[in-house]
Design a protein around this ligand. Structure first.
Ligand code: SF4
Length: 63
């Protein structure tokens, strides 16, 4: 599984970080960085919750 970010949509709202801070990090400028683009299966539910939580649908998971 791989995390894909649509940078045109991301507004740095931080819901993804709140749901899975091991994988998403916002800096002081509200720029979001994906810390690990290829999470292992053990983290699927947390990453999926973060993807679902993004209010502007900027995140997706590719298998
Ligand atoms: S929740 Fe969505 S808009 Fe907010 S930082 Fe994450 S990807 Fe960007």
């Amino acid at each position: 599984m791989r995390i894909v970010v649509d940078r045109d949509k991301c507004e740095g709202l931080g819901m993804c970080e709140a749901m899975a801070h091991e994988f998403f990090e916002l800096d002081d400028d509200d720029t979001m960085t994906v810390l690990d683009e290829t999470p292992d299966e053990a983290h699927r539910s947390a990453v999926h919750a973060a993807v679902e939580a993004c209010p502007v649908l900027a995140l997706s998971l590719v298998e």
